[in-house]
Design a protein around this ligand. Structure first.
Ligand code: FES
Length: 161
């Protein structure tokens, strides 16, 4: 992951933002793509980027903050190397999701919304991951896991370095 100051001075990155602005009839429509781009480079969306993109898209900083905080997939603070996203929607919770979430929390010693002291794991909950018939479901970064039991989770954890 990169530092935001470095990113905002990178001509290649700024060109990508310029291209995004031209892709839409109104430049403000580039906001979600720009936020994804920032998060993929930095790991989260710092205030500096929010201010930068507000100016670029002629939007208010409050508007940007509203969007960043509305969507669960955007983070305002640095997360761990592995972001564990456990589905908290009813079907998953009814088939073991609650037990799984407690297990993960106890195993890693962090609560939902926290990051482990070593910076390796962040635990968050999300709404339906579209695998309701195979719950409990979770994602670790970009990988989806279904029918996860506490034992399954322990095995998956061993594979993560
Ligand atoms: S309810 Fe968990 S994946 Fe849909």
């Amino acid at each position: 992951m990169r530092e935001i100051k470095e990113l905002l001075q990178d001509k290649h990155f700024i060109n990508k933002i310029e291209k995004l602005k031209k892709m839409y009839p109104e430049k403000r429509s580039a906001l979600l793509s720009a936020l994804h781009l920032c998060q993929s480079e930095v790991g989260f969306i710092p205030e500096e980027f929010q201010e930068f993109i507000a100016k670029e898209l002629s939007l208010s900083p409050a508007h940007i903050k509203g969007v960043v905080t509305f969507y669960e997939m955007f983070y305002e603070k640095k997360k761990g190397k592995y972001i564990i996203q456990v589905c908290r929607t009813l079907p998953c919770m009814l088939c073991g999701g609650e037990v799984l979430l407690d297990h993960i929390s106890n195993k890693l010693g962090i609560k939902v919304g926290e990051t482990s002291n070593d910076g390796k794991f962040s635990l968050v909950t999300v709404e339906c991951l579209a695998c309701c018939d195979k719950g409990p479901s979770m994602m670790i970064n970009e990988t989806l896991y279904t029918a996860v039991t506490p034992d399954n989770f322990d095995s998956i954890l061993k594979e993560l370095k």
